[in-house]
Design a binder for this molecule. Sequence first.
Ligand code: PMP
Length: 425
Amino acid sequence: MYVDQASAQELKAQLVDLESQYSDILAAKLNLDLTRGKPSGSQLDLSNGLDGILAGSYKAEGGDDCRNYGGLDGLAEAKALFSQVLGVKPSETLIGGNASLTLMFQSVVFTHLFGARGPGSAWSAEGEIKFLCPVPGYDRHFGICEELGIKMIPVAMDENGPVMDEVEALVKSDPCIKGIWCVPRFSNPSGIVYSDEVVDRIAQLGRIAGANFRVMWDNAYAIHALHDDAPVLANLMDVARQHGTEDSVLIFGSTSKVTFAGAGLAFMGASEENLKHFKKHLGMCTIGPDKVNQLRHVKFFGDYSGLMAHMNKHAELLRPRFDAVLEHLDAGFAESDLGCWTVPEGGYFVSFDARPGLAREIVRLAAEAGVKLTPAGATYPYGKDPEDKNIRLAPSFPSLADINKTMEVFVLCVKLASVRQKLNS
Ligand code: PMP
């Protein structure tokens, strides 16, 4: 369906048909949810082996009793394993609690309040602070900035990652810019994997922006490929080391979508100097993390190849769900001017761009029909999508049958909103 080429008469005929299909769906009183990217029950089941795996043996490699206090930056064996996910040395790794979001929030708060290098280096002492936010992006990153009054500047993305000419020009022209949020592999929501050139240019930002600049490298989907031949991401810390900018990067990850989303491990990779400062403040928040859980995770995976074998099982469960979403989008819109979407090779999302001005309306129509979608605008700073066109689809949690029903409704809502808009224009 090409609405721009259809006559008013054709559009009116379409509208009658679409309205009637929509009424049928309203009558079906659905209750479906395609909002947040959380693992399905069967994905969680893959890690049930964690339960009881220690069988009463709580000693860490170093001899410490994991049930006790201490070990602020985590167990050595957990660092050895998960440093490989972060792409840093074990000595540059900190293993925290269950949420990488907490480590990100703490990193920003500590740097804002206390500074990355002690008194005098606090962002808050420099007046207005700004962060670059490649869009569409992850709403909880934007939430951290909003909570702390850090002004967000949206930056466009293309198929290689953030548009670096734009990023560099902004960083050069505005010293208030102290950071950038990045989800570099299977980006949330677009699924983009940053190209080697983009990673190299991001690693150099610290040199342009000065000592207080931080790249918030949230590699949440580092090992979450759907296919064996999915694009590989360059190692940011290695590249930063070549440029002498390793202090400018903070790397994050977690097992939230590897084991249990609510009871996994979060980790952070940073230069030893950065870690030293982070731990000084972290020590005011906690005496130490849940090391029993760290030990369980290490025992469960054994080594990096055990971890990757586990991720293949996730991919097997996720692939049909992504395929279903993409098949509906293809069938609905391949021959149309109603929208475009990304075909991710990993991660948790499909990003759909409707015709400008329609995202809110599509989400509203779907909600009325009993299908919850991520709120329109959520993928932009302050919840404001300037073109009101981006919708994030998250297919991991619902059953395949529910995804199929949800996508039928979604496709219908996009068509209905598009034809109505065209007729009213
Ligand atoms: N970063 C990104 C990009 C995410 O998509 C998510 C979860 N949706 C998180 C972080 C949350 O990670 P965690 O559970 O480790 O806090």
